[in-house]
Write a protein that binds this ligand. Structure first.
Ligand code: DAH
Length: 357
């Protein structure tokens, strides 16, 4: 029989020398595995006579017990060391400030379009759209601006290549052609607004070759100038968020309306600044009028029984006035610092759907 004491000593020493869990497991197999030294000693007990078995059995089992608890103890120690080492290498400094998350902001022009739409939506208007590449007919002729009309010169139109039949499409110079498209495709009553992009060959502090307008059109048998005035006064009060605001309807001329009026709001220009609401000055903000009977006829309506009003406003101009932005070119420069200053958080826009309060 092998010297059990020697085995005991050897394994206890090996256990203490095991530097990691793998090594320790190897010792466990050597000692207690199926073919391990201690297991073999236990197997031999069966061939002994009763007395010897009892005596040897006690000794071997005691050694097995001792080795088992030494293994457990060492295993706990090694596991703890391994964990400590891992924690040390994956050290997280919870006191570090978090990285700032950059939140996108809404462009003031998008915001202004949303505001305008929300206000008119509350008055029962629906949004209509049309293409940015428009026919000469829809952009001009049907709106009572025939080819030789002087108003064509004012529009600085971008013309595209003529098609096979010699017609030159244009980048729409205003949102008014959507009036024509809507009247030609639907029957009254009509109550639409048309926010959208428009183009003119013009570039300075207050003009950009691409800009935005919002058109409005209301058609029903009994619509008159009083409706036009009430609608636009309500819009001005709501858009500028004022209980009182002087609004003036100044006679004007547009080929597609008759009579026509430009709408001015009261303001003060004292001290070089611009203050909306009070003062002795006026600021033009939009064009409007009763739809010219010729335009109604061009769209196949009977102007004796149908009438309505229309209006058109420049979105950039309204945004500049409301948010105190002096130069329009900055809208398109994609300067993130500017956008962070003038932009809007998405939650600001959520509240918009109240429109008129
Ligand atoms: N289309 C005009 C422009 O671009 C604006 C306008 C004026 C539209 C009067 C209208 C209107 O519908 O009635 O200058």
């Amino acid at each position: 029989m092998v010297d059990i004491d020697k085995l005991r000593e050897k394994f206890l020493k090996d256990i203490n020398l095991a530097g990691d869990l793998d090594q320790l497991n190897a010792v466990r197999i050597d000692a207690l595995g199926k073919k391990g030294a201690i297991s073999s000693e236990l197997a031999k007990l069966g061939q002994m006579d009763a007395d010897a078995r009892k005596q040897a059995g006690q000794i071997i089992n005691a050694v097995k017990q001792e080795i088992t608890s030494a293994l457990t103890e060492r295993q706990e120690l090694l596991a703890k060391q391994a964990l400590d080492k891992k924690l040390e290498s994956e050290n997280i400094d919870v006191s570090l400030p978090s990285r700032p998350s950059i939140q996108a902001k809404m462009h003031p022009l998008s915001r202004t379009m949303e505001e305008i739409s929300a206000i008119f939506a509350d008055m029962g208007f629906v949004i209509a759209e049309g293409p940015e590449i428009e026919t000469d007919e829809n952009n001009f002729t049907a709106l009572n601006i025939p080819p030789e009309h002087p108003a064509r010169q004012e529009h600085d139109t971008f013309y595209l290549k003529a098609d096979a039949s010699g017609n030159r499409p244009v980048l729409r110079t205003h949102t008014s052609p959507v009036q024509i498209r809507t009247m030609r495709s639907t029957k009254p009553p009509i109550r639409i607004i048309v926010p959208g992009r428009t183009y003119r060959s013009d570039h300075d502090a207050t003009h950009s070759p691409m800009f935005h307008q919002c058109e409005g059109l209301v058609i029903a048998p009994d619509i008159h100038m009083g409706h036009l005035k009430a609608t636009l006064i309500d819009f001005c009060l709501s858009f500028f968020g004022m209980d009182e605001l002087p609004v003036r309807f100044r006679p004007s001329y547009f080929p597609f309306t008759e009579p026509s009026a430009e709408v001015d709001i009261g303001c003060s220009r004292k001290g070089g600044g611009l203050k909306i609401g009070a003062g002795d000055s006026w600021l033009e903000i939009l064009g409007s009028g009763m739809v010219n009977p010729r335009v109604l006829e061009n769209c196949g309506y009977d102007s004796a029984t149908t009438q309505g009003f229309a209006f058109g406003m420049g979105v950039e101009r309204l945004a500049m006035l409301k948010y105190g932005i002096p130069d329009l070119r900055i809208f398109y420069e994609s300067d993130l610092r500017w956008l962070h200053h003038y932009g809007f958080m998405p939650h600001d826009v959520a509240g918009l759907h109240t429109g008129i309060v």
